[in-house]
Design a protein around this ligand. Sequence first.
Ligand code: FUL
Length: 586
Amino acid sequence: MKNWKSMILTAAVFAGCGVKAPEPYGALPTPAQVEWQKMEFNMFVHFGPNTFTNVEWGDGTESVDVFAPTALDCRQWAAIAKEAGMKGIIITGKHHDGFCIWPNPESTHTVAQSKWRDGKGDIFKELSEACREYGLKFGVYISPWDQNDPHYGTPEYNEVFRRTIEHAHTNYGEVFEQWFDGACGEGPNGKQQVYDWDLFNGEVYRHHPNAMIFTDVGPGCRWIGNESGIAGETCWSTLNIKGFGPGRQAPPKKSLNGGDMNGEAWVTGEADVSIRPGWFWRESENDDVKSLDHLLYIWYNSVGHNSLLLLNVPPDTRGLINESDQARLKEFRQALDEIFSTDYADGAAIEASHVRGRGYEAANLLDDDYDSYWTAEDDVRQATLTLSFNEPRTFNRVQLQEYIPLGQRVCGFNIEALDADGNWKRIGESTTIGYKKIVLTDMVTTTGLRINITDALAVPVLNGLSLYKDEIYKGYVYAGTNSDALWYKLDVPLEWSADEKTLVKGFIYSPDHEDNCITRYRLEASVDGQTWTEVFANKRFDNIVNNPIPQEVIFKKPIEAKALRLIPIETREDDGYASREFAAVL
Ligand code: FUL
Protein backbone atom coordinates (compact mmCIF):
# COMPACT_ATOMS: atom_id res chain seq x y z
CA MET A 1 0.00 0.00 0.00
CA LYS A 2 2.62 2.42 1.18
CA ASN A 3 4.58 1.63 -1.92
CA TRP A 4 1.69 2.49 -4.22
CA LYS A 5 0.91 5.67 -2.36
CA SER A 6 4.45 6.93 -2.65
CA MET A 7 4.62 5.99 -6.29
CA ILE A 8 1.46 7.93 -7.04
CA LEU A 9 2.72 10.90 -5.09
CA THR A 10 6.12 11.00 -6.73
CA ALA A 11 4.61 10.37 -10.14
CA ALA A 12 2.44 13.41 -9.58
CA VAL A 13 5.46 15.52 -8.73
CA PHE A 14 7.21 14.28 -11.81
CA ALA A 15 4.22 15.00 -14.01
CA GLY A 16 4.12 18.53 -12.67
CA CYS A 17 7.72 19.65 -12.66
CA GLY A 18 10.06 16.62 -12.85
CA VAL A 19 11.55 14.81 -9.87
CA LYS A 20 14.36 16.70 -8.25
CA ALA A 21 17.55 14.81 -7.50
CA PRO A 22 18.37 14.47 -3.79
CA GLU A 23 20.64 17.11 -2.31
CA PRO A 24 24.25 16.02 -1.78
CA TYR A 25 24.97 14.98 1.81
CA GLY A 26 28.01 15.86 3.97
CA ALA A 27 31.59 16.02 2.73
CA LEU A 28 31.78 15.22 -0.97
CA PRO A 29 34.45 13.86 -3.31
CA THR A 30 35.83 16.00 -6.10
CA PRO A 31 35.26 14.56 -9.58
CA ALA A 32 38.99 13.63 -9.56
CA GLN A 33 38.50 11.64 -6.33
CA VAL A 34 35.58 9.76 -7.86
CA GLU A 35 37.58 8.92 -10.98
CA TRP A 36 40.52 7.84 -8.80
CA GLN A 37 38.42 5.44 -6.75
CA LYS A 38 37.03 3.89 -9.91
CA MET A 39 40.62 2.81 -10.71
CA GLU A 40 40.28 0.32 -7.80
CA PHE A 41 43.63 -1.43 -8.30
CA ASN A 42 47.08 0.08 -8.85
CA MET A 43 50.66 -1.10 -8.73
CA PHE A 44 53.18 0.17 -6.21
CA VAL A 45 56.83 -0.25 -7.17
CA HIS A 46 59.55 -0.10 -4.52
CA PHE A 47 62.89 0.09 -6.28
CA GLY A 48 66.16 1.67 -5.19
CA PRO A 49 69.43 0.91 -3.39
CA ASN A 50 67.55 -1.29 -0.90
CA THR A 51 66.78 -3.70 -3.75
CA PHE A 52 70.50 -4.42 -3.88
CA THR A 53 71.39 -4.28 -0.18
CA ASN A 54 68.68 -6.48 1.35
CA VAL A 55 67.39 -3.84 3.73
CA GLU A 56 63.99 -2.17 4.09
CA TRP A 57 65.42 1.22 5.03
CA GLY A 58 68.79 2.37 3.73
CA ASP A 59 70.50 5.04 5.81
CA GLY A 60 71.78 7.40 3.11
CA THR A 61 75.42 6.34 3.44
CA GLU A 62 75.19 3.62 0.77
CA SER A 63 77.31 4.17 -2.32
CA VAL A 64 75.39 5.45 -5.36
CA ASP A 65 76.91 2.55 -7.24
CA VAL A 66 75.00 -0.13 -5.38
CA PHE A 67 72.07 0.85 -7.59
CA ALA A 68 72.93 -1.06 -10.75
CA PRO A 69 70.05 -2.93 -12.41
CA THR A 70 71.46 -5.25 -15.05
CA ALA A 71 68.47 -5.60 -17.39
CA LEU A 72 66.03 -2.81 -16.48
CA ASP A 73 62.80 -2.88 -18.47
CA CYS A 74 59.98 -0.63 -17.29
CA ARG A 75 57.85 -1.82 -20.20
CA GLN A 76 57.85 -5.26 -18.59
CA TRP A 77 56.44 -3.73 -15.38
CA ALA A 78 53.77 -1.84 -17.34
CA ALA A 79 52.80 -4.90 -19.37
CA ILE A 80 52.41 -6.95 -16.18
CA ALA A 81 50.40 -4.23 -14.44
CA LYS A 82 48.12 -3.91 -17.44
CA GLU A 83 47.56 -7.64 -17.66
CA ALA A 84 46.78 -7.74 -13.94
CA GLY A 85 44.02 -5.18 -14.52
CA MET A 86 45.77 -2.37 -12.69
CA LYS A 87 45.14 1.17 -13.87
CA GLY A 88 48.24 3.00 -12.68
CA ILE A 89 51.77 2.61 -11.29
CA ILE A 90 53.33 4.53 -8.39
CA ILE A 91 57.13 4.36 -8.19
CA THR A 92 59.41 5.16 -5.25
CA GLY A 93 61.46 7.99 -6.76
CA LYS A 94 63.21 8.62 -3.44
CA HIS A 95 62.98 6.46 -0.32
CA HIS A 96 64.24 7.32 3.17
CA ASP A 97 67.89 6.87 2.10
CA GLY A 98 67.45 9.93 -0.13
CA PHE A 99 68.70 8.20 -3.27
CA CYS A 100 66.80 9.43 -6.34
CA ILE A 101 66.20 7.03 -9.20
CA TRP A 102 65.73 10.00 -11.48
CA PRO A 103 68.38 12.72 -11.96
CA ASN A 104 67.03 15.11 -9.34
CA PRO A 105 69.23 18.22 -9.58
CA GLU A 106 68.55 19.02 -5.89
CA SER A 107 70.53 16.01 -4.72
CA THR A 108 74.01 14.54 -5.09
CA HIS A 109 72.75 11.07 -4.20
CA THR A 110 71.07 10.06 -7.47
CA VAL A 111 71.40 7.97 -10.61
CA ALA A 112 73.23 10.92 -12.21
CA GLN A 113 76.18 10.41 -9.85
CA SER A 114 76.21 6.64 -10.29
CA LYS A 115 78.08 4.53 -12.80
CA TRP A 116 74.83 2.89 -13.90
CA ARG A 117 74.33 3.82 -17.56
CA ASP A 118 77.17 6.33 -17.19
CA GLY A 119 75.00 8.52 -15.03
CA LYS A 120 72.41 8.94 -17.81
CA GLY A 121 69.74 6.62 -16.42
CA ASP A 122 66.31 8.03 -15.57
CA ILE A 123 63.65 5.67 -14.32
CA PHE A 124 60.91 8.32 -14.15
CA LYS A 125 61.39 8.90 -17.87
CA GLU A 126 61.42 5.25 -18.78
CA LEU A 127 58.45 4.34 -16.59
CA SER A 128 56.29 7.34 -17.51
CA GLU A 129 56.79 6.50 -21.18
CA ALA A 130 55.96 2.84 -20.58
CA CYS A 131 52.81 3.86 -18.69
CA ARG A 132 51.69 6.04 -21.56
CA GLU A 133 52.31 3.21 -24.02
CA TYR A 134 50.18 0.80 -21.95
CA GLY A 135 47.44 3.29 -21.12
CA LEU A 136 48.34 3.39 -17.41
CA LYS A 137 48.56 6.40 -15.14
CA PHE A 138 51.92 7.40 -13.68
CA GLY A 139 52.37 8.34 -10.02
CA VAL A 140 55.30 9.05 -7.72
CA TYR A 141 56.33 8.32 -4.15
CA ILE A 142 58.88 10.82 -2.85
CA SER A 143 59.89 10.46 0.78
CA PRO A 144 60.22 13.74 2.70
CA TRP A 145 62.42 11.89 5.22
CA ASP A 146 65.91 12.00 3.75
CA GLN A 147 68.93 10.57 5.57
CA ASN A 148 71.36 11.85 2.99
CA ASP A 149 70.49 15.47 2.28
CA PRO A 150 72.70 17.78 4.38
CA HIS A 151 69.88 20.36 4.59
CA TYR A 152 67.54 17.88 6.27
CA GLY A 153 66.63 19.12 9.74
CA THR A 154 66.91 22.81 8.75
CA PRO A 155 64.18 25.11 7.39
CA GLU A 156 66.06 25.20 4.09
CA TYR A 157 65.23 21.57 3.45
CA ASN A 158 61.55 22.35 2.90
CA GLU A 159 62.55 24.48 -0.11
CA VAL A 160 64.88 21.74 -1.36
CA PHE A 161 62.03 19.28 -1.07
CA ARG A 162 59.61 21.67 -2.80
CA ARG A 163 61.99 21.91 -5.74
CA THR A 164 62.38 18.13 -5.72
CA ILE A 165 58.60 17.86 -6.13
CA GLU A 166 58.77 20.44 -8.90
CA HIS A 167 61.34 18.40 -10.85
CA ALA A 168 59.32 15.24 -10.49
CA HIS A 169 56.12 16.97 -11.63
CA THR A 170 57.40 18.99 -14.57
CA ASN A 171 59.34 16.62 -16.76
CA TYR A 172 57.36 13.42 -16.97
CA GLY A 173 53.86 14.23 -18.17
CA GLU A 174 50.81 13.80 -16.01
CA VAL A 175 51.27 12.57 -12.44
CA PHE A 176 48.01 11.12 -11.16
CA GLU A 177 49.08 10.53 -7.56
CA GLN A 178 51.69 11.95 -5.24
CA TRP A 179 52.43 9.55 -2.41
CA PHE A 180 53.84 11.27 0.67
CA ASP A 181 55.20 9.04 3.36
CA GLY A 182 54.65 10.58 6.78
CA ALA A 183 57.84 9.05 8.22
CA CYS A 184 60.03 11.68 9.86
CA GLY A 185 63.24 10.26 11.28
CA GLU A 186 66.66 11.78 11.83
CA GLY A 187 68.78 13.14 9.00
CA PRO A 188 72.55 12.97 8.58
CA ASN A 189 73.06 15.67 11.24
CA GLY A 190 70.86 13.83 13.74
CA LYS A 191 68.03 16.34 13.46
CA GLN A 192 64.43 15.81 12.48
CA GLN A 193 62.59 18.01 9.99
CA VAL A 194 59.46 20.03 10.58
CA TYR A 195 57.72 19.45 7.28
CA ASP A 196 55.87 22.28 5.54
CA TRP A 197 52.96 20.27 4.18
CA ASP A 198 51.13 23.28 2.74
CA LEU A 199 54.21 24.11 0.71
CA PHE A 200 54.58 20.51 -0.53
CA ASN A 201 50.91 20.05 -1.39
CA GLY A 202 50.76 23.47 -3.06
CA GLU A 203 53.67 22.52 -5.28
CA VAL A 204 51.93 19.33 -6.40
CA TYR A 205 48.71 21.18 -7.18
CA ARG A 206 50.59 23.95 -9.02
CA HIS A 207 51.58 21.37 -11.61
CA HIS A 208 48.77 18.85 -11.34
CA PRO A 209 45.60 20.32 -9.84
CA ASN A 210 43.81 16.98 -10.17
CA ALA A 211 46.53 14.83 -8.63
CA MET A 212 45.59 12.72 -5.63
CA ILE A 213 47.81 13.52 -2.68
CA PHE A 214 48.24 10.57 -0.32
CA THR A 215 49.11 11.19 3.35
CA ASP A 216 47.49 10.17 6.63
CA VAL A 217 44.96 12.97 6.16
CA GLY A 218 44.80 13.45 2.39
CA PRO A 219 43.84 15.87 0.91
CA GLY A 220 43.38 13.31 -1.89
CA CYS A 221 43.33 9.95 -0.12
CA ARG A 222 44.44 8.55 3.23
CA TRP A 223 46.56 5.73 4.61
CA ILE A 224 44.39 2.84 5.75
CA GLY A 225 46.37 2.48 9.00
CA ASN A 226 48.26 -0.75 8.26
CA GLU A 227 50.52 -2.17 5.57
CA SER A 228 48.48 -5.35 5.22
CA GLY A 229 45.97 -4.09 2.67
CA ILE A 230 43.04 -4.28 5.09
CA ALA A 231 40.36 -1.59 5.37
CA GLY A 232 37.73 -1.67 8.11
CA GLU A 233 34.44 -3.50 7.60
CA THR A 234 32.97 -0.14 8.50
CA CYS A 235 34.78 2.23 6.21
CA TRP A 236 33.79 5.84 5.70
CA SER A 237 35.44 7.95 3.05
CA THR A 238 34.83 10.88 5.36
CA LEU A 239 37.46 11.75 7.96
CA ASN A 240 37.91 14.30 10.72
CA ILE A 241 41.09 16.12 9.82
CA LYS A 242 41.04 19.24 12.02
CA GLY A 243 43.96 19.11 14.45
CA PHE A 244 45.55 16.17 12.60
CA GLY A 245 48.34 15.93 10.05
CA PRO A 246 50.59 13.39 8.35
CA GLY A 247 53.00 11.16 10.29
CA ARG A 248 53.13 11.73 14.02
CA GLN A 249 50.07 13.98 13.87
CA ALA A 250 48.02 11.26 12.17
CA PRO A 251 44.45 10.56 13.28
CA PRO A 252 44.02 7.46 15.49
CA LYS A 253 44.45 4.13 13.69
CA LYS A 254 40.75 3.40 14.11
CA SER A 255 39.86 6.52 12.09
CA LEU A 256 42.46 5.77 9.42
CA ASN A 257 41.10 2.25 9.08
CA GLY A 258 37.40 3.03 9.22
CA GLY A 259 37.10 6.75 8.53
CA ASP A 260 34.73 8.89 10.63
CA MET A 261 30.98 8.96 10.20
CA ASN A 262 30.07 12.53 9.24
CA GLY A 263 33.80 13.36 9.03
CA GLU A 264 34.75 16.83 7.86
CA ALA A 265 36.60 15.93 4.66
CA TRP A 266 36.30 13.38 1.88
CA VAL A 267 39.53 11.36 2.09
CA THR A 268 39.02 7.80 0.86
CA GLY A 269 41.27 5.04 2.18
CA GLU A 270 44.07 3.58 0.11
CA ALA A 271 45.15 0.12 1.23
CA ASP A 272 48.84 -0.37 0.49
CA VAL A 273 50.43 -3.79 0.83
CA SER A 274 53.33 -5.68 -0.68
CA ILE A 275 52.94 -8.92 -2.61
CA ARG A 276 55.98 -10.08 -0.57
CA PRO A 277 56.76 -9.74 3.13
CA GLY A 278 59.02 -6.71 2.53
CA TRP A 279 58.55 -3.63 0.36
CA PHE A 280 61.81 -4.16 -1.52
CA TRP A 281 62.78 -7.24 -3.48
CA ARG A 282 65.17 -9.69 -1.94
CA GLU A 283 66.16 -13.07 -3.19
CA SER A 284 65.31 -14.84 0.06
CA GLU A 285 61.64 -13.85 -0.34
CA ASN A 286 61.14 -15.32 -3.83
CA ASP A 287 59.26 -18.21 -2.24
CA ASP A 288 57.26 -15.97 0.07
CA VAL A 289 55.07 -14.25 -2.49
CA LYS A 290 51.58 -14.00 -1.00
CA SER A 291 49.29 -16.89 -1.86
CA LEU A 292 46.31 -16.50 -4.17
CA ASP A 293 44.04 -16.94 -1.17
CA HIS A 294 45.84 -14.19 0.72
CA LEU A 295 45.52 -11.84 -2.27
CA LEU A 296 41.80 -12.55 -2.58
CA TYR A 297 41.44 -11.91 1.15
CA ILE A 298 43.15 -8.55 0.57
CA TRP A 299 40.87 -7.78 -2.38
CA TYR A 300 37.71 -8.39 -0.35
CA ASN A 301 39.08 -6.31 2.51
CA SER A 302 40.26 -3.38 0.40
CA VAL A 303 38.29 -2.91 -2.83
CA GLY A 304 35.42 -4.74 -1.13
CA HIS A 305 35.64 -2.33 1.82
CA ASN A 306 35.39 0.97 -0.01
CA SER A 307 39.13 1.43 -0.57
CA LEU A 308 41.61 1.42 -3.40
CA LEU A 309 44.15 -1.41 -3.45
CA LEU A 310 47.76 -0.37 -4.04
CA LEU A 311 49.69 -3.61 -4.43
CA ASN A 312 53.48 -3.41 -4.30
CA VAL A 313 55.32 -5.58 -6.83
CA PRO A 314 59.03 -4.82 -6.39
CA PRO A 315 61.44 -5.45 -9.28
CA ASP A 316 64.58 -7.49 -8.61
CA THR A 317 68.23 -6.58 -9.11
CA ARG A 318 67.85 -7.12 -12.86
CA GLY A 319 65.22 -4.37 -12.87
CA LEU A 320 62.54 -6.89 -13.81
CA ILE A 321 59.49 -8.14 -11.98
CA ASN A 322 60.50 -11.56 -10.81
CA GLU A 323 58.95 -14.68 -12.34
CA SER A 324 57.39 -15.71 -9.03
CA ASP A 325 55.50 -12.42 -8.57
CA GLN A 326 54.51 -12.38 -12.21
CA ALA A 327 53.05 -15.87 -12.06
CA ARG A 328 51.07 -15.07 -8.90
CA LEU A 329 49.66 -11.86 -10.41
CA LYS A 330 48.50 -13.81 -13.41
CA GLU A 331 46.71 -16.30 -11.20
CA PHE A 332 45.17 -13.44 -9.22
CA ARG A 333 43.81 -11.79 -12.37
CA GLN A 334 42.40 -15.08 -13.63
CA ALA A 335 40.68 -15.66 -10.31
CA LEU A 336 39.21 -12.13 -10.23
CA ASP A 337 37.97 -12.55 -13.80
CA GLU A 338 36.42 -15.86 -13.00
CA ILE A 339 34.70 -14.55 -9.88
CA PHE A 340 33.52 -11.20 -11.17
CA SER A 341 32.73 -11.88 -14.83
CA THR A 342 29.20 -13.25 -14.34
CA ASP A 343 26.74 -11.07 -12.50
CA TYR A 344 23.91 -13.26 -11.24
CA ALA A 345 21.73 -10.21 -10.68
CA ASP A 346 21.55 -9.64 -14.43
CA GLY A 347 18.06 -9.99 -15.80
CA ALA A 348 16.45 -10.20 -12.36
CA ALA A 349 13.24 -8.35 -11.60
CA ILE A 350 13.84 -5.67 -8.97
CA GLU A 351 11.51 -3.66 -6.80
CA ALA A 352 12.10 -1.09 -4.10
CA SER A 353 9.90 -0.39 -1.09
CA HIS A 354 10.39 3.32 -1.77
CA VAL A 355 11.10 5.11 -5.04
CA ARG A 356 11.64 8.83 -5.36
CA GLY A 357 9.97 8.87 -8.75
CA ARG A 358 10.63 8.52 -12.42
CA GLY A 359 14.31 8.37 -13.25
CA TYR A 360 15.20 6.92 -9.82
CA GLU A 361 13.75 3.41 -10.15
CA ALA A 362 15.36 0.35 -8.61
CA ALA A 363 16.17 -0.94 -12.11
CA ASN A 364 18.97 1.66 -12.17
CA LEU A 365 20.84 -0.57 -9.73
CA LEU A 366 21.19 -3.25 -12.38
CA ASP A 367 22.22 -1.23 -15.42
CA ASP A 368 25.79 -0.44 -16.44
CA ASP A 369 25.43 3.31 -16.23
CA TYR A 370 27.47 4.60 -13.27
CA ASP A 371 25.44 7.81 -13.08
CA SER A 372 21.98 6.28 -12.94
CA TYR A 373 20.87 5.44 -9.43
CA TRP A 374 17.96 4.38 -7.26
CA THR A 375 16.83 6.65 -4.46
CA ALA A 376 13.76 7.47 -2.43
CA GLU A 377 12.01 10.46 -0.87
CA ASP A 378 14.20 12.74 1.26
CA ASP A 379 12.94 11.51 4.61
CA VAL A 380 13.51 7.79 3.93
CA ARG A 381 16.22 6.11 6.03
CA GLN A 382 15.12 2.49 5.78
CA ALA A 383 14.18 0.73 2.57
CA THR A 384 14.08 -2.72 1.02
CA LEU A 385 15.23 -3.75 -2.42
CA THR A 386 13.81 -7.07 -3.62
CA LEU A 387 15.21 -9.14 -6.44
CA SER A 388 13.35 -12.07 -7.94
CA PHE A 389 14.64 -14.65 -10.37
CA ASN A 390 12.63 -16.88 -12.71
CA GLU A 391 15.02 -19.74 -12.11
CA PRO A 392 17.00 -20.31 -8.88
CA ARG A 393 20.42 -18.65 -8.90
CA THR A 394 23.52 -19.58 -6.97
CA PHE A 395 25.99 -17.06 -5.56
CA ASN A 396 27.99 -16.16 -2.43
CA ARG A 397 29.05 -12.54 -2.95
CA VAL A 398 26.72 -9.55 -2.74
CA GLN A 399 28.17 -6.31 -4.05
CA LEU A 400 26.58 -2.93 -3.40
CA GLN A 401 27.56 0.55 -4.51
CA GLU A 402 26.51 3.96 -3.29
CA TYR A 403 26.49 6.85 -5.72
CA ILE A 404 29.34 8.69 -4.00
CA PRO A 405 29.18 11.96 -5.99
CA LEU A 406 26.22 12.69 -3.67
CA GLY A 407 28.11 11.64 -0.51
CA GLN A 408 28.28 8.52 1.65
CA ARG A 409 25.11 7.73 3.57
CA VAL A 410 24.35 4.11 4.44
CA CYS A 411 25.27 3.00 8.01
CA GLY A 412 23.66 -0.44 8.16
CA PHE A 413 21.98 -3.11 6.04
CA ASN A 414 21.26 -6.80 5.97
CA ILE A 415 20.68 -9.35 3.24
CA GLU A 416 18.02 -12.06 3.12
CA ALA A 417 17.43 -14.92 0.69
CA LEU A 418 14.29 -16.98 0.13
CA ASP A 419 14.76 -20.52 1.37
CA ALA A 420 13.14 -23.65 -0.07
CA ASP A 421 10.08 -23.17 2.17
CA GLY A 422 9.52 -19.63 0.96
CA ASN A 423 10.85 -18.01 4.13
CA TRP A 424 13.27 -15.11 4.17
CA LYS A 425 16.51 -16.12 5.81
CA ARG A 426 19.27 -13.71 6.74
CA ILE A 427 22.51 -14.47 4.87
CA GLY A 428 24.58 -11.42 5.60
CA GLU A 429 24.80 -7.99 7.12
CA SER A 430 27.15 -5.09 7.25
CA THR A 431 27.45 -1.42 8.07
CA THR A 432 28.79 1.06 5.51
CA ILE A 433 28.79 0.72 1.71
CA GLY A 434 30.54 3.67 0.05
CA TYR A 435 31.88 3.32 -3.47
CA LYS A 436 31.82 -0.48 -3.18
CA LYS A 437 31.02 -3.08 -0.55
CA ILE A 438 31.36 -6.79 -1.15
CA VAL A 439 29.63 -8.99 1.42
CA LEU A 440 30.79 -12.60 1.66
CA THR A 441 27.92 -15.01 2.31
CA ASP A 442 27.61 -18.76 2.29
CA MET A 443 26.78 -20.19 -1.13
CA VAL A 444 23.02 -19.81 -1.59
CA THR A 445 20.67 -21.04 -4.28
CA THR A 446 17.51 -19.01 -4.31
CA THR A 447 14.75 -17.38 -6.34
CA GLY A 448 14.66 -14.24 -4.26
CA LEU A 449 16.98 -11.87 -2.45
CA ARG A 450 16.38 -8.74 -0.49
CA ILE A 451 18.58 -5.99 0.79
CA ASN A 452 17.18 -4.20 3.82
CA ILE A 453 18.78 -0.86 4.44
CA THR A 454 18.33 -0.35 8.15
CA ASP A 455 20.04 2.96 8.79
CA ALA A 456 21.39 5.87 6.79
CA LEU A 457 22.53 9.46 7.44
CA ALA A 458 20.28 10.74 4.64
CA VAL A 459 18.12 9.13 2.00
CA PRO A 460 20.07 6.17 0.52
CA VAL A 461 21.35 6.63 -3.04
CA LEU A 462 22.63 3.41 -4.64
CA ASN A 463 23.81 2.83 -8.18
CA GLY A 464 24.98 -0.79 -8.19
CA LEU A 465 23.89 -4.22 -7.00
CA SER A 466 25.65 -7.34 -8.27
CA LEU A 467 25.81 -10.99 -7.29
CA TYR A 468 28.83 -13.19 -7.86
CA LYS A 469 29.93 -16.75 -7.33
CA ASP A 470 33.39 -17.35 -5.89
CA GLU A 471 34.45 -20.99 -5.83
CA ILE A 472 38.14 -20.17 -5.53
CA TYR A 473 38.66 -18.34 -2.23
CA LYS A 474 39.07 -20.76 0.65
CA GLY A 475 39.13 -18.24 3.52
CA TYR A 476 42.53 -16.88 4.40
CA VAL A 477 43.59 -17.01 8.03
CA TYR A 478 46.56 -15.02 9.29
CA ALA A 479 49.19 -17.37 10.62
CA GLY A 480 50.55 -15.67 13.73
CA THR A 481 54.32 -15.98 14.07
CA ASN A 482 53.91 -16.28 17.77
CA SER A 483 52.62 -18.73 20.31
CA ASP A 484 51.82 -17.93 23.93
CA ALA A 485 55.01 -19.64 25.00
CA LEU A 486 57.00 -17.10 23.04
CA TRP A 487 55.21 -14.14 24.48
CA TYR A 488 57.23 -13.15 27.47
CA LYS A 489 58.23 -10.24 29.59
CA LEU A 490 61.17 -8.35 28.20
CA ASP A 491 63.28 -8.01 31.32
CA VAL A 492 65.66 -10.75 30.19
CA PRO A 493 67.52 -10.81 26.85
CA LEU A 494 66.35 -13.05 24.02
CA GLU A 495 68.86 -15.84 23.62
CA TRP A 496 69.91 -18.37 21.06
CA SER A 497 72.60 -20.94 21.76
CA ALA A 498 74.23 -23.98 20.15
CA ASP A 499 76.06 -26.98 21.61
CA GLU A 500 79.32 -25.78 20.24
CA LYS A 501 80.90 -22.84 18.50
CA THR A 502 79.63 -22.42 14.95
CA LEU A 503 79.60 -19.95 12.07
CA VAL A 504 76.62 -17.57 12.36
CA LYS A 505 75.52 -15.49 9.37
CA GLY A 506 72.98 -13.36 11.21
CA PHE A 507 69.68 -13.67 13.05
CA ILE A 508 65.92 -13.42 12.65
CA TYR A 509 63.56 -11.67 15.01
CA SER A 510 59.87 -12.35 14.32
CA PRO A 511 57.36 -9.88 15.72
CA ASP A 512 53.76 -10.80 16.33
CA HIS A 513 51.41 -9.41 13.69
CA GLU A 514 49.11 -7.65 16.11
CA ASP A 515 51.03 -7.04 19.27
CA ASN A 516 54.01 -5.30 20.76
CA CYS A 517 57.50 -5.76 19.32
CA ILE A 518 61.10 -4.69 19.82
CA THR A 519 62.01 -1.68 17.65
CA ARG A 520 65.64 -1.04 18.81
CA TYR A 521 68.12 -3.49 20.23
CA ARG A 522 71.64 -4.28 21.24
CA LEU A 523 73.13 -7.55 19.99
CA GLU A 524 75.87 -9.54 21.74
CA ALA A 525 77.66 -12.75 20.82
CA SER A 526 79.55 -15.27 22.90
CA VAL A 527 82.02 -18.01 21.91
CA ASP A 528 81.77 -19.84 25.25
CA GLY A 529 78.36 -18.88 26.63
CA GLN A 530 80.12 -17.00 29.46
CA THR A 531 81.71 -13.85 28.10
CA TRP A 532 79.87 -11.55 25.72
CA THR A 533 81.06 -9.14 23.03
CA GLU A 534 79.02 -6.48 21.35
CA VAL A 535 77.95 -6.97 17.72
CA PHE A 536 75.63 -3.94 17.47
CA ALA A 537 75.35 -1.30 20.20
CA ASN A 538 72.05 0.24 19.16
CA LYS A 539 70.31 -0.77 15.96
CA ARG A 540 66.73 -0.32 14.71
CA PHE A 541 64.44 -2.82 13.05
CA ASP A 542 63.44 -0.92 9.91
CA ASN A 543 59.73 -0.31 9.40
CA ILE A 544 58.82 -3.01 11.94
CA VAL A 545 55.98 -0.92 13.42
CA ASN A 546 54.02 -0.50 10.20
CA ASN A 547 55.01 -3.79 8.63
CA PRO A 548 55.64 -6.37 11.37
CA ILE A 549 57.30 -9.07 9.28
CA PRO A 550 60.21 -11.30 10.38
CA GLN A 551 63.36 -9.20 10.52
CA GLU A 552 66.33 -10.97 9.02
CA VAL A 553 69.62 -9.27 9.85
CA ILE A 554 72.66 -10.63 8.03
CA PHE A 555 76.13 -9.63 9.32
CA LYS A 556 78.65 -8.09 6.93
CA LYS A 557 80.81 -11.14 7.64
CA PRO A 558 79.72 -14.37 9.39
CA ILE A 559 80.91 -14.60 13.00
CA GLU A 560 81.93 -17.51 15.19
CA ALA A 561 79.59 -17.92 18.13
CA LYS A 562 78.06 -20.43 20.51
CA ALA A 563 75.34 -18.01 21.62
CA LEU A 564 73.65 -14.76 20.65
CA ARG A 565 71.58 -12.44 22.80
CA LEU A 566 69.31 -9.63 21.79
CA ILE A 567 68.73 -6.96 24.42
CA PRO A 568 65.68 -4.76 23.82
CA ILE A 569 66.40 -1.01 23.95
CA GLU A 570 63.06 0.23 22.71
CA THR A 571 59.70 -1.39 22.04
CA ARG A 572 56.69 -0.18 20.10
CA GLU A 573 54.57 -0.01 23.21
CA ASP A 574 55.75 0.44 26.72
CA ASP A 575 54.08 -2.53 28.36
CA GLY A 576 57.23 -4.58 28.91
CA TYR A 577 55.98 -7.52 26.87
CA ALA A 578 56.76 -8.37 23.25
CA SER A 579 57.31 -11.21 20.87
CA ARG A 580 60.46 -13.12 21.77
CA GLU A 581 60.86 -15.22 18.65
CA PHE A 582 64.55 -15.08 17.97
CA ALA A 583 66.86 -17.44 16.09
CA ALA A 584 70.28 -17.49 14.48
CA VAL A 585 70.79 -17.74 10.72
CA LEU A 586 73.47 -20.35 10.13
C1 FUL B 1 56.38 3.20 4.87
C2 FUL B 1 57.87 3.18 4.59
O1 FUL B 1 58.61 3.42 5.76
C3 FUL B 1 58.12 1.81 4.02
O2 FUL B 1 59.48 1.57 3.81
C4 FUL B 1 57.33 1.69 2.72
O3 FUL B 1 57.83 2.60 1.78
C5 FUL B 1 55.85 1.95 2.97
C6 FUL B 1 55.02 1.97 1.75
O4 FUL B 1 55.69 3.17 3.65
O5 FUL B 1 55.98 4.21 5.65
